[in-house]
Design a protein around this ligand. Sequence first.
Ligand code: NVA
Length: 315
Amino acid sequence: MTLRHFLRDDDLSPAEQAAVLDRALALKAEPFSDRRLEGPRTVSILFDKPTLRTQVSFVGAVSGLGGFPMVVDGRLAGVGVRESVADVARILGPQSAAVVWRTFAQSDLAEMAAYAGVPVVNALTDDFHPCQVLADLLTLREALGDLPGRTLAYVGDGANNMAHSYLLGGVTAGLHVRIGTPASHPPAADVVERARELAATTGGSVHVTDDPVEAVTGADAVATDTWVSMGQEAQADDRKGEGSPFTTYAVDDALMAHAAAGAVFLHCLPAYRGYEVSAEVIDGPRSVVWQEAENRLHAQKALLSWLVEQAGASA
Ligand code: NVA
């Protein structure tokens, strides 16, 4: 068996994703019932971009599994700068049960996976944020029950990591995924194509539109994300200021009124009230964002447990 990684959402098959979510629900109910990292075994957790939820939840997940979370400031370590990604991978791998990395280029993460010799987990890249979508799916299971056939609408920057992960992770779960985004910011064509291919096997579907109302109409869940992702700070004025292409994609009560009765609101956070979401929505009764943030812990714990278990079986 080959070593398994979680570099993008479609690294888990539909059955594997469902199994990880089942494990997450079980671990949420019995937090210390899985001691797979007992020893403690180290999990190396590297950050090249800012973090709050991801650091707290991965440290909690590794500790909860009986392991030791070794947090490394990637900028201090100079991953890919002071030494190559491959050399860093060959240092971390033999001393870690898994490597978790938040960085910029997806190709660097793939290089880490090629050389580490242990499971590598994407803690956000420019292209994908698959751990967040696992947590979102867990939250939707809790809020809505079974996922297949449900509709998730993501409105905002369709070209960013969250849009891509909702496409791949959402259809893997059998969701109908709608992306409402300006024509100037479409999701990557290869991601849309892959999502359509997957959807054909799960009963899900993909719909990309520049009409936010069309995206949201009848949806069971509405999600958005910042208009200025990490690494895009220099474009902040164009993305948030006057003339922003995203202004009409803000999620407010008027837009939420088009969603299904009982629809929930998701946001990976950090949120910018008055830009991509209004305070009335994110702080209102349909918002499940705090539950969603906590679910990072349970989802990642289940993912790490599953990946380390698979690695043991493949050794
Ligand atoms: N798209 C955002 C997600 C933050 C969790 C970013 O990359 O900054």
